[in-house]
Design a protein around this ligand. Structure first.
Ligand code: ATP
Length: 347
């Protein structure tokens, strides 16, 4: 199973520019979490900090018992081996075909034979749906395929933590759903801790077990998906519905006067953009039939049950409703379930 990542009081600046401050959150072991936020709020900076590519000036990042901000460079090197990272553009070598790109970390960091490498590379290419494309160069395939290849490469060293930076960037909604399904399937197959950085609303609503959001240099919230998806926070609602009405502006946050002016325009009939409010919580994606069961589901249920009393009422009732419907599904598909379904005749 993947390891827990525990971040406390993390603050990062570049010179006098504060990116975010006092960020505290725990990525539960083996669960899928997502970090959302408008462009430029420092999501990628956060992701790079987790793997030690950037160094926050305050706070701690404890991974597998080691604070990577305090440890030696040798320890950091060891901790980094736990990670698989998918960068935005897949970060593939343009002159190597997909097979060699995916094989690269194995040739670089292990003493495996070419036949062992072949077995691993082909199984990861199959997992991301790229079998048959091994001979292609990155320049000959679509952006979605490049991301899949990047994901396959991130998986070959059996990572316990997978960081994914904007898996949807440059992809159409359908390809985004396919890559979302792949991420859920990967979690089912290897039970790794996954953090996805994204501003894709569909992905946020359907993929993660836990969601956090960065805004105005703060972590607005982080917790079980139901907390953010039922939140009344204006910035969260605006983000989830993609409208222009709310605190998020074109390039940065808005002031009160701008917000009042825009609200007046909408009250006068101007369309605020975005989609209509989606009532309730969209069901979370499940692993593709035939994949192993996601171990994270049961673990998360236990964990969430233990913190239920600390959650806002709307989130609490959404969680209880979900647990109830899962119980009913399990009861129906359990050993007492009818073995034959009565066919429905459509006329
Ligand atoms: N190495 C760096 N040196 C100086 N400033 C940086 C560096 N890396 C990022 N920044 C700044 O940090 C801020 C946050 O950038 P980041 O890329 O993390 O945002 P983001 O939330 O991932 O945005 P997007 O969703 O558009 O990718 C930006 O203002 C960026 O210019």
């Amino acid at each position: 199973m993947g390891v827990e990542v525990s971040v406390e009081g993390l603050t990062k600046s570049f010179g006098s520019q504060r990116i975010w401050q006092d960020v505290t959150l725990t990525l539960p072991a083996g669960e899928v979490s997502a970090l959302l936020g408008p462009s430029g709020t420092g999501k990628s900076v956060f992701l790079k900090s987790l793997i030690g590519l950037l160094r926050p000036e305050e706070g701690s990042i404890v991974i597998d018992g080691t604070d990577i901000l305090q440890c030696s460079s040798k320890e950091l090197y060891e901790i980094r081996k736990l990670f698989g990272v998918l960068f935005q553009d897949g970060a593939l070598f343009g002159s190597m075909n997909l097979y060699d790109n995916v094989a690269f970390p194995l040739r670089e960091h292990t003493k495996k034979t070419e036949s062992e490498i072949r077995q691993i590379v082909m199984s990861k290419l199959e997992l991301v749906g790229l079998l048959g494309a091994e001979d292609k160069l990155p320049g000959e395939i679509s952006g979605g395929m490049r991301k899949r290849a990047g994901l396959a490469r991130a998986l070959v060293l059996d990572p316990e933590i997978i960081l994914v930076d904007e898996p949807d960037s440059g992809l159409d909604p359908v390809r985004t759903t396919y890559i979302s399904q792949t991420l859920i399937d990967i979690n089912a197959e290897i039970d790794a801790t996954i953090l996805i950085v994204s501003h894709n609303i569909n992905l946020a609503r359907t993929v993660p077990d836990n969601i956090g959001m960065l805004f105005r240099r703060q972590l607005v919230m982080f917790g079980p998906r139901e907390v953010l998806l039922t939140s009344d926070e204006p910035v969260v609602k605006q983000f989830l519905n993609g409208t222009m009405i709310g605190p998020i502006g074109m390039s940065e946050e808005k002031d009160e006067a701008t917000m009042a002016h825009e609200q007046a325009l909408v009250d006068a009939g101007h369309h605020a953009g975005g989609v209509d409010d989606i009532e309730g919580i969209v069901p979370q994606m499940q692993a593709t039939p035939g994949m192993p069961e996601r171990q994270a589901v049961a673990r998360r249920q236990e964990r969430v049950r233990s913190i239920l009393h600390t959650l806002p009422p709307a989130a609490r009732s959404a969680i209880l409703e979900d647990m109830d419907s899962q119980r009913r599904t399990t009861a129906f598909t359990g050993s007492d379930a009818p073995t034959e379904l009565i066919p429905v005749v459509l006329r």
